[in-house]
Structure formats: C-alpha cells, structure tokens
Ligand binder design. Structure first.
Ligand code: ISE
Length: 343
C-alpha cells in the first residue's frame, strides 16, 4: 500500500538538553525537513535556553509534564536522565502522543513493565526506544549479510563496547543499565533470537578507582535456537569510544566496525582516528533514526527501530545481568509471552 507523507510539519518537544538531547534537537532542526523543534525542556533553564538557540525552538520550559500536555506539541523526544524515562513515557501514553524515548526505557523491570502494559492497554504503538545502532549503516550491513544467507545461519554475536572514561566509581549495575543495554539489544536484533540466560563477570581496571567499581564487564548470553552471544563492555579504556558487532555464521563472519575514516599519517604513526564519544560515531544513525521516527508518525508506517517490547526485554535481561554480576552465577531470563501488538 502506498502511503504519503503528511503535508504538515511535525512539532516535536524535546525533554532534556544535555549532550544527547541537544544533539537530537539540533539534528531535528538541521536535517529533518518534516519536523521542527517546538519546545525544549530542562530543569536547568539556562541550559535549555542555550539548546533552544541552537535548534530554533520557540519555547523553553522546565516542567516536562507541561511539555507533554502542551497542545502545540505533537510528538515527544525524551533524553532526560535514565530514571525519569519510564514516568515520562507513561505521561506521553496518557496524553496519546508518540514518543521516542532514549534508552533505557526504564531503570527497573517494574517500571518497564508499567510502560509496556500501558501501551498494550492502549492497543496501538506510540513508544519507540532509541537503540540507534539499529540504524547504523555498518550494523545494518551485518544484518543484511546474515539475511542474504550467503554466510549461513548466525551462531554467535560478539560485541565490543568501549568508552574512554566515565564518572569515577561507577558500579557494574549502572554500566549494565546505562550502557550494556545496547549490546543486549544488538545481540537480540542481529541474531533474531531471545536471551535464555546470562553470566556476567566484572573487574576494576585500576586500583585507584573506588573499591565498588566494576568498569570492565564480560557478558555471556545463551540465546534461543542454539545461538550464543558475548559482549565486552569497558568504560575506562582511556583511548576513545569504540563499538563493534560481529556475527559468526556457519560459513563466514560479518563485522560492524568504525565507519570509514581518513587514514592519517602523523607523528611517526599511520592509522585511523578513534572518536571520543558516541555522538560523532553514531551521528548518521541518529539522523536515520529521527527520519524513520518522524516518517512513521506522519505516514502510519511502522517504525523500524526498537519498540516498547524491546525496551522491556532489554530491562529484563539487564536485571538478570545485574543479579549474575552480584552472585557469580548463571541467571535464567524468563520472558512472558510477546503481546500480539508486537508480533
Ligand atoms: C551512553 O550513556 C550512551 O548513551 C551511549 O549510547 C553508549 O554507547 C555509551 O556507552 C553510554 O555510556
């Protein structure tokens, strides 16, 4: 069936104007012709005002519920702190507005469940979750290689996820909730399988870090259909931001590494620069994600990224990972039946 883009421009409200929220707001303003940033919101109004200046937002607010309920806001992008995501998503569902919520959907299984149940009760999808790797050209190429059948059935996902540094004393549980969700989502999405159980180990990379720090984690996942997944998440690598995702298949492998970059020769070295953070590494993915999200709202066609179900399952697996990290044992993941809305 042919669908047409709406003639009107979509008015988006952006909640949270830290690095991620500002990046989304500026991307919407610069690259998404069929949308505009109507309002930005942050508890820190000075920061929100600065962001508004960069994305042409007409209004600045400090009350996120006020933004969600504002009649001039047609769709909402949530990029506020992780522990606010679930409540704000629920408020969007209550107001009947489409929402792109940055990952994680929630920071507890209970809250993720509430958001999922509210959407299921509504009976139609309004929630999209910002697992932007699903829009990254390299990740998509890996997915396509596997789908072509040329290298056989995927058997193993191998992920590497590194940050140059994060706040001193970060706990393993925080890393699992804030960062490792990407790797859990990549494993599910690239393999097309669900997680059955997890085993997580972690260590502190340097003695000077707070004793509770576990900044290098290894996550092993048993997947359905006799597949496996393995992810290294290291948040203090000191050299830059790097993500790779590999599928080991029956007759070959496919790997998503850094995007093509200039080969630089300098200071007696030859090599490719490593980005300092995810904002530059995944810029193309963020734009593609916004284009798809806005088009899905305007045409009624499905969004090709992660749904509330994916956000919920990721939180369920994350909780099992936290339990495994603390107990040192394999922890099963018990998925409820997938609601018909997501089939
Ligand atoms: C960070 O919070 C993110 O949002 C990024 O997407 C992720 O790749 C990074 O590792 C996280 O720390």
């Amino acid at each position: 069936m042919e669908t047409k883009l709406a003639a009107q421009t979509l008015s988006v409200g952006v909640i949270g104007t830290g690095g991620m929220g500002t990046r989304h707001a500026v991307n919407l303003h610069r690259y998404i012709g069929r949308a505009r940033v109507a309002t930005v919101c942050d508890l820190d109004e000075r920061r929100a005002t600065q962001a508004a200046g960069q994305c042409g937002a007409a209004r600045v607010m400090s009350d996120p519920i006020g933004l969600i309920e504002d009649e001039s806001v047609e769709a909402v992008l949530i990029a506020s702190p992780d522990d606010t995501h679930a409540d704000l998503t629920l408020a969007c569902l209550k107001a009947g507005k489409p929402v792109l919520c940055e990952k994680p959907l929630a920071t507890s299984v209970e809250d993720a469940e509430k958001a999922l149940a509210a959407e299921v009760a509504l009976g139609h999808k309004l929630v999209s979750v910002g697992f932007m790797r699903r829009f990254d050209p390299q990740h998509l190429a890996v997915k396509c290689s596997a789908a072509s059948g040329e290298i056989g059935r995927p058997l193993l996902f191998k992920g590497v996820h590194r940050n140059a540094s994060v706040a001193f004393g970060i706990s393993g549980a925080t890393i699992l909730t804030n960062s490792a969700g990407h790797d859990i989502d990549s494993a599910r999405w690239l393999l097309g399988e669900e997680v059955q159980d997890v085993l997580v180990r972690g260590l502190r990379s340097r003695p000077e870090l707070h004793p509770d720090t576990q900044d290098l984690l290894v996550i092993e996942m048993t997947m359905t259909n006799n597949c496996m997944a393995l992810a290294e998440v290291y948040v203090n690598d000191d050299y830059g931001y790097e993500v790779s995702a590999e599928l080991v298949c029956q007759r070959g492998t496919a790997i998503a590494e850094q995007p093509d970059m200039a080969l630089v020769r300098a200071k007696a070295k030859r090599g490719y620069p490593v980005p300092s953070d995810w904002l530059s590494r995944f810029q193309d993915a963020y734009i593609a994600e916004l284009l798809d999200w806005v088009a899905s709202i305007q045409t009624g066609q499905p969004f090709h990224g992660a749904s509330a179900w994916d956000g919920y399952v990721t939180m369920l697996v994350t909780a099992a990972c936290i339990q495994s990290l603390h107990s040192g044992e394999v922890v099963p993941v018990k998925l409820p039946e997938k609601p018909a809305l997501y089939k």
